[in-house]
Design a protein around this ligand. Sequence first.
Ligand code: HEC
Length: 456
Amino acid sequence: MAKTNNIKSLAAVFFVLLCSCGDKNTIPDKVNFTEHVAPILYNNCTICHRPGGSAHFSLVTYADAKGNAEAIAFTTREHLMPPWPADPHYTQFIGERLLSQRGIDVLQKWLQQGEQEGPQDKLPTLPKYLTGSAIGIPDMRIAVAPYFLKAYSNDRFLLVKVPFELPNDTFASVIEFIPGNKNVVHHVNGDLVKYEFDKKKDVFGGEKVVDMVEDTSIVKAFEKLGLPNDDGSYPVLKKSVVNYLPGVFAQKYANGIGGYFLPRKGVFLLNDLHYGFTSKEDVWDSSYINIFFSKTPPNRPVEEFQLGTWGVAPVEPDLIIQPNTIKRVRSHVVIQKDISVLTINPHMHLLGKSFKAYALQPNGDTIRLISIPRWDFNWQYFYTFKKMVKIPAGSTVVAEGVYDNTTANPNNPFSPPRLVRDNNGSMKATDEMFQFIITYLPYQPGDENISLDISN
Ligand code: HEC
């Protein structure tokens, strides 16, 4: 093991030496698209900016890039693109989307020099991208009931039932939600309803979709969806097995961590599926769920808790944000047992300005978790640490948020600003939330050395 590491670091040294004298690290006198710009775009941007990607315009061809040269220079200079709101100097995560200073400089120079094309035979080939999954080819795909949204319709919060039946009880390593129409699918929180085989004849019966604005009683909604067992009792529900937020790709952990028990009969309960505003065209959404089976049971199932709205600790002071004010809130909880943190997810809405979270150990030392100096509503990743982070029992986990309800906030949904508050945990983007979700394992010695990155 030590030997491989030595060889790896030796190779890294050689690589750096070679590169610093080659032209990969220097900025060429004359910048052109095919030799200098395309490699940067293909490594950092086209995962989203390509036909079929999550951004609405492509940066694959010379014409694509030339047409957007000014915006490319601006968004990279301002660190708005590639989207990565977390401060990389505070903590590092798997899959960081960061463009080097050299990359930024090359893109500026290309614009200044008039966006030359360069020799066409130097154009690199576009990387091969997976379609329909961020992970690979799923073992099973289940369609979510297609949903129709009329032009100009408002937010919808739906409870959606996605039933399945399998030949046996089995295990899954990852369950992935893929939005059909990325312009309207805003987020999903999905649970797993597990049936004992004999207690439910037909998991497919009942309605597939209930609109929570019309049905305010959750019990009534569950009955409409046909969720109870045949005798009226309730099956076991495992929270939070399949989630989706803008910019979030399902995470598979290395070293057999994570995973789920899947029953022969079950239901994914999307609780809820949030559709945002639609513009002037009617749309159909056909989302689906990918399942990656696993031969082995999850030996260390992931657990989670959250601070703030709906969490184990309240928001302090109350999340009531007067117009024309900056408001600071926090939420904190003392950890009762040693935990190994895998993934964290800060969540605020449009008035969010900055976010920070850390843990204070009983000995006074600070464990850094995340700092987001400039909150971006569009990019609310589940940030996964490269190696698990141990938080010892007795530590206080603290999350701090700042909200900007002034006219200086370009995302303020109201002009002039109005009083905005949490409204009993409403998820509407124009109400506010303050949440910090932590997924973790009970700590085992050595956890802090286990890599979570499957690409290693
Ligand atoms: C994780 C996906 C993702 C990556 C990676 C990404 N973008 Fe974007 N980008 C988006 C999305 C989504 C938008 C919002 C508009 C849209 O829907 O297309 C956007 C918007 C933009 C805009 C337009 C901003 C505006 O004012 O409308 C530019 C320019 C841009 N990106 C350039 C880049 C460049 C250059 C890179 C690489 C250095 C990059 N992006 C990487 C997803 C991405």
